[in-house]
Design a protein around this ligand. Structure first.
Ligand SMILES: NC(=O)c1ccc[n+]([C@@H]2O[C@H](COP(=O)([O-])OP(=O)(O)OC[C@H]3O[C@@H](n4cnc5c(N)ncnc54)[C@H](O)[C@@H]3O)[C@@H](O)[C@H]2O)c1
Length: 317
């Protein structure tokens, strides 16, 4: 029998869409979704279990019970939320990763996906077209945990032959589930508010350019990396991937072109300092070279897709 896929942290922004896509590819009963909270999408309640990413014994029991071969570990505390509980964020982000790495080291599972982030970069990294390898001095607890996690992945790969793959996601934009407390969340909230109230109060300044990506591209990148031949994977820390780069003002202009009465105000808060420490754009040529990665969705396509789908969702809610 084909070994199953376990998703830990499946009810969040990425997990909701990753679960759906993995079930399309592998079949519903092949994908066990788990989280501390029920999934936001009713149709995903089947093959769902409550599981705490920090409970090593419970994860091990779940792996054995369902004959799991692959784990996607998505549970984490994100950049903005982590700043208010640094020790808690460190414990969750690190302990859950070490737990699944040990399961692979002990031969219980074959493959792991663990997402990293552009937060591994810091103010001393090149800001524009930030390369795969450069100076990395993150200033947030989230970035520190992601960078340490990348080193753990590469250590377990080198020392124990663990097949662990990772991507440094940029800010992800989607309409199926709400984002979970990151610094790029404004790029989702702006669409909700544009449709609901016609006005958005942005927590970043007008000119803050950040790397972003449509969720569809991010899920495709994840599945493409995971199904790539091991011999083509040369980067066991995490791959840079790029979609697009824009400022709040540029995004607001795109929305205004569709909704002429839309208004945006800028009122930067503590998240501005986090955004200022991150790259404005990313060089993803290594991912292109190794597993032929290339993004498909640009800002015009993203704006249209978000407005169309959220309009329908709001009309039906
Ligand atoms: N969304 C983005 O823009 C983005 C960008 C870069 C990296 N990432 C990374 O991708 C991963 C998933 O991100 P996301 O946006 O889906 O986050 P999210 O906050 O939307 O979802 C995380 C999920 O983990 C669950 N969770 C939290 N603590 C848990 C625990 N102890 N046990 C089990 N589940 C727990 C939460 O309930 C939530 O459903 C994270 O590692 C994040 O750092 C996300």
């Amino acid at each position: 029998m084909k070994r199953r896929i376990l998703i830990i942290g499946a009810s969040g922004q990425i997990g909701t869409e990753l679960t759906q896509q993995l079930r399309l590819v592998h079949g519903n009963d092949c994908v066990i979704a788990t989280d501390l909270h029920q999934p936001p999408v009713k149709s995903q309640e089947e093959f769902f279990e409550i599981l705490d990413a920090t409970d090593v014994d419970a994860i091990k029991r779940c792996v054995l019970k369902h004959q799991v071969g692959t784990i996607y570990l998505l549970a984490a505390m994100l950049s903005a939320t982590a700043e208010s509980a640094p020790r808690k964020a460190w414990d969750l982000n690190m302990n859950s990763l070490l737990c699944v790495l040990d399961l692979a080291k002990d031969g219980l599972i074959d493959q792991i996906f663990w997402p990293s982030s552009i937060a591994v970069f810091g103010p001393t990294s090149p800001k524009k077209d930030t390369p795969q390898t450069c100076v990395m001095e993150p200033t947030t607890v989230y970035g520190i945990s992601k960078l340490a996690g990348e080193f753990w992945c590469s250590y377990y790969q080198r020392k124990y032959g663990v097949d662990v793959r990772s991507i440094r996601y940029p800010g992800l934009i989607s309409w199926k589930a709400q984002p979970g407390g990151g610094t790029t969340d404004y790029a989702v909230a702006i669409f909700h508010e544009a449709l609901k109230t016609g006005t958005y109060n942005c927590f970043l300044s007008a000119q803050t350019a950040l790397p972003m990506m449509h969720m569809t591209d991010a899920i495709r990148a994840t599945l493409e990396l995971m199904s790539s031949d091991l011999s083509s994977v040369n980067q066991f820390k995490a791959y840079n991937i790029a979609g697009m780069s824009f400022t709040p003002e540029q995004l607001a202009q795109k929305i205004k072109a569709k909704l002429p009465d839309f208004k945006i105000h800028y009122d930067p808060d503590f998240r501005q300092a986090i955004a200022d420490s991150w790259p404005s754009s990313i060089d993803d040529s290594e991912a292109g070279k190794d597993w032929k990665w290339s993004a498909r969705i640009d800002l015009d396509h993203l704006t249209q897709d978000m407005l169309d789908n959220l309009k329908d969702t709001l009309a039906n809610s």
